[in-house]
Design a protein around this ligand. Structure first.
Ligand code: UD1
Length: 454
């Protein structure tokens, strides 16, 4: 856009209705704190700077947002005297001089960058101020937007509104854009002579109008300006986010057999021609390449899934997992911090942690990498084209070479060279006729027991 922009995110809310030790804006949607969703939307509109207005847990909120906006500044609002007062807490940032200023709420996480861009576009077109409005199913409690001849003339808070004004269904979402040049002067003109005795940011509308400036309202979708102040609303916003993400995944070429039971994270990346069966949950940090199939009932986080990979059903993939082309992690397997190379198979009831498995290697059912000695984690390295027999325990640190064969039921504590056979279990003992003797002895003992004497 070529214009400088400061985004002020109001995040001083106590969030007491969340009934939580954690401050409200740090509660997550799709695995990302709400306030980070807002910061990311601000950055996506080309915002140069982010200023946070914080209360309780200000440091934690700032640290969270700095993952996206490393230069984000935090300003403490010690007393909650209204949204106008909150914005002025960031006075120092405003005074640096920006072309555009966006005000966002940290508890309204689904705001879309394109809506913010439309608000900024209204400033470019000559408006002093542009307010984002929406039409909620129930307008009770919201400030009403009063328009005349294409101009926004006032925002009336519920408590200050007349009956006729309360009948208006176009409401203030709270988000607004205004010109940086005159911002401080206008913000300082806000008073608190209203029903709540608060400094209302919304008074900017009338202040700008009195100065003869143009004020516009744009309409956003109701879902994107939904605020969260309790756990039910948190769940409702999560549901909206998930519905939108599922729809996008399908538009982009993924097959979701039961979309409603698939949960994505904010950063899940899915290529076309991926199939996801029912009841799959993605935590943060997952990428899935074309042709991969995620069978039912999987929990996957921090994992890269290569082309044509098969996962599950009932697989748990934890951070640091890399499944390369055509590899397979089957039912009731857990993989953590491990590379499963091209064409390798980990098919049944297995734990692979802190390990590397070479190409085309087959890991038998019930294999466990014993990576933890009670104090430290150790690595297991298995070469390419090897075979690990079922129910093997690989006691790390340990290496198995290329083309090696490990006998079923082994406890491997020493390295196995390339091409070697390793068997680490008791030899079988077979006693001719002894089996039948035991069966007959036990049957006789059972027959000797009289009914009712058990
Ligand atoms: C505000 C708007 C109202 C709009 C509604 C949308 C004003 C005066 N009213 O209502 O027109 O329909 O949002 O949800 O702006 N906050 C602070 N410090 C404060 C006060 C608020 O940081 O002193 C933050 C809150 O944490 C919240 C946001 O500002 O994120 C909105 O505050 P809230 O009290 O929910 O808004 P209302 O005044 O009800």
């Amino acid at each position: 856009m070529g214009r400088s922009c400061l985004s002020i995110i109001l995040a001083a809310g106590e969030g007491t209705r969340m009934k939580s030790a954690r401050t409200k804006v740090l509660h997550e949607i799709a695995g990302l704190p709400m306030v980070r969703h807002v910061a990311r939307a601000a950055l996506a509109t080309g915002s140069d700077r982010v200023a946070l207005v914080v209360g309780r847990d200000g440091e934690a909120v700032a640290a969270s947002v700095r993952a996206d906006a490393p230069q984000a500044a935090a300003f403490k609002q010690t007393e909650r005297l209204g949204t106008g007062h909150a914005v002025l807490a960031a006075r120092e940032a405003i005074a640096e001089g920006f072309d555009d200023i966006l005000v966002l709420f940290g508890d309204t996480p689904l705001i879309r960058p394109q809506t913010l861009k439309r608000a900024r576009a209204a400033l470019i077109a000559g408006a002093e101020l542009c307010v984002v409005g929406f039409r909620p199913k129930d307008p009770t409690g919201y400030g009403r937007l009063i328009e005349q001849a294409g101009e926004l003339v006032a925002i009336r808070e519920e408590k200050d509104a007349s009956d006729a004004e309360r009948a208006i269904d176009f409401c203030n979402a709270g988000v607004m854009a205004f010109r940086g040049e005159s911002a401080l002067e206008m913000l300082q003109a806000i008073g608190n002579a209203n029903a709540k005795g608060e400094y209302y940011l919304t008074d900017l509308v009338e202040i700008a109008r009195k100065a003869g400036r143009s004020v516009k309202a744009i309409e956003a979708e109701a879902y994107e300006v939904a605020g969260v102040d309790n756990r039910e609303k948190l769940a409702a916003v999560e549901a909206d986010w998930q519905a939108a993400r599922r729809a996008k995944a399908m538009r982009d070429g993924a097959t979701l057999q039961d979309p409603a039971s698939v949960f994505f994270a904010f950063d899940t990346e899915i290529e076309p021609d991926v199939t996801i069966e029912p009841s799959v949950v993605f935590g943060p940090g997952v990428t899935i390449a074309s042709g991969a199939v995620i069978h039912a009932f999987c929990h996957i986080e921090g994992t890269s899934i290569g082309p044509g990979v098969q996962v599950g059903p009932f697989a748990r993939l934890r951070p640091g997992t890399r499944l390369e082309d055509g590899s397979k992690v089957g039912n009731f397997c857990e993989v953590k911090n491990a590379r499963v190379s091209t064409g390798a198979k980990v098919n049944h009831l297995t734990y692979i942690g802190d390990a590397s498995i070479g190409a085309q290697t087959n890991i038998g059912a019930g294999t466990i990498t014993c990576n933890y000695d009670g104090a430290l984690k150790h690595e297991t390295i298995i070469g390419a084209g090897s075979f690990i027999g079922s129910n093997t325990a690989l006691v790390a640190p340990v290496r198995v070479g290329d083309g090696a064969y490990v006998g079923t039921g082994s406890v491997i504590t020493e390295d196995v060279p390339d091409g070697a056979l390793a068997i680490a279990r008791e030899r079988q003992v077979t006693k001719e006729g002894r089996g039948r003797q035991i069966i007959e002895r036990n049957a006789a003992a059972k027959a000797a027991k009289k009914p009712g004497t058990a």
